[in-house]
Design a protein. Structure first.
Length: 393
């Protein structure tokens, strides 16, 4: 049994506040998990590597249990949830000696809020003027992603800090992004260290809880979904109707269930789209997998079936063949995130490009994001993805 997936299987999605409480519990050495300082010391050590901050490395070394020692020599450590500063609440605050480390936690990409990190940082400076500050942006990615979501990266890059402070991007899921640690990897290292006797033994309950958490994170914080193939009917209990595209195009609000979401919709051929009965609900499914907001669904359908190019908030990770067709029609209105940017794409061979999945966004976050027009032109020059790919097929 995975208790985290059970908790996420209700009518409402798993809450970020709950994820923050779980993480803070593991980081607090006085809690009953039996990990002591193992979790927080590994977390701080990862921050020190990512930020190249030697002071943090010293802090991680000091985060060890002591049987004897003068009180004055002990590290001062505290942890709060929902820490209030001017015009903001910070999900997790960790105080270690003269450092304050703020963790802004996102478990859903849709939760990214423009300017939030800057507001929180300024609020901490005002409330704790003498402290050194570390800003941690903890975000979701598709497992093994090579680049963050565009809006996420832009929000992080736009945070300006003092020279004495630091900022670090951390992901929940395992990633392949340069110099970006992940919570899943930290947990894996703790379990590995425990199995090798590098850290003290932990209880069977804690060990299984950590394993369940890794699986839950890997599954993007989703519960036991009714849309899965394993369910006999494949129908979510919140589904109110199963409707054809013609009837869905008349809906102004609500959510449409599509296996695989945008990626799944783009896999369907035109004939299947026209005859398929999609699940529909008026309930808020914004944080549930495989549900598209009605307006987004309608715009994508209009593009696939009728070549109508409207403003679509493209996001997520899609195969190169889908991105090629989107880039062809939407041009400079979209951006493709590629590790290494334009030069990397130009140096790839046909097979590498055909097998790639990349992030798409309506915003350019960094030099690693190239606009759709350039992406299309490079692929077109290489004479690949030009004959075997059509919208809706």
């Amino acid at each position: 049994m995975n208790i985290f997936k059970v908790l996420a299987s209700g009518k409402k999605s798993f809450q970020e506040e709950t994820a923050s409480a779980i993480l803070a519990w593991f980081m607090n050495p006085t809690m009953e998990h039996g990990l002591g300082y193992s979790f927080i010391s590994k977390f701080i050590d990862e921050l020190s590597i990512s930020s190249d901050n030697s002071e943090l490395s010293d802090l991680a070394t000091k985060l060890t249990p002591r049987l004897r020692g003068e009180y004055e020599s002990q590290l001062k450590l505290w942890c709060n949830l929902e820490y209030s500063v001017d015009n903001a609440f910070i999900d997790i605050i960790i105080g270690i000696d003269d450092w304050i480390i703020a963790i802004e936690n996102k478990i859903y990409a849709k939760s990214v809020s423009k300017g939030q990190l800057s507001r929180e940082y300024e609020g901490i400076k005002k409330k704790n003027s003498a402290a050194k500050i570390g800003m941690v942006y903890l975000v979701p990615v598709e497992e093994d992603s090579e680049i963050p979501d565009g809006k996420t990266e832009k929000e992080f890059e736009e945070l300006s800090i003092r020279e004495s402070d630091f900022k670090v991007l951390v992901t929940w899921q395992k990633n392949k992004i340069d110099n970006v640690p992940s919570i899943s990897e930290i947990i894996c290292r703790i379990l590995d260290d425990e199995s090798k006797g590098i850290i003290d033994p932990v209880s069977e309950y804690t060990r299984h809880t950590l394993k369940a958490l890794i699986s839950f994170i890997s599954n993007n914080f989703y519960g036991y979904d009714y849309e899965r193939d394993s369910h006999s009917s494949g129908v979510n209990p919140l589904t109110e109707e199963r409707l054809s595209v013609d009837k869905l195009m008349l809906k102004d609000t609500g959510y449409i269930g599509v296996k695989g979401a945008i990626r799944g919709l783009l896999k369907m051929d035109n004939a299947s789209i026209k005859t398929h009965k999609f699940q529909y609900t008026s309930q808020d499914m914004s944080q549930k997998p495989f549900w598209l907001e009605a307006d987004t669904f309608k715009k994508i359908i209009s593009w696939i079936l009728h070549n109508e190019v409207k403003s679509i908030d493209w996001k997520g990770r899609l195969p190169s063949k889908n991105l090629y067709m989107i880039a062809k029609d939407f041009g400079s209105k979209v951006f493709i995130g590629i590790r290494g940017g334009e030069n990397a794409l130009r140096n790839m061979n046909a097979d590498e490009i055909k097998n790639c999945n990349w992030n798409i966004s309506t915003e350019k976050a960094s030099a690693q994001w190239i606009d759709g027009e350039l992406f299309y032109n490079i692929i077109h020059e290489k004479n690949i993805l030009t004959s075997d790919n059509e919208k809706g097929g």
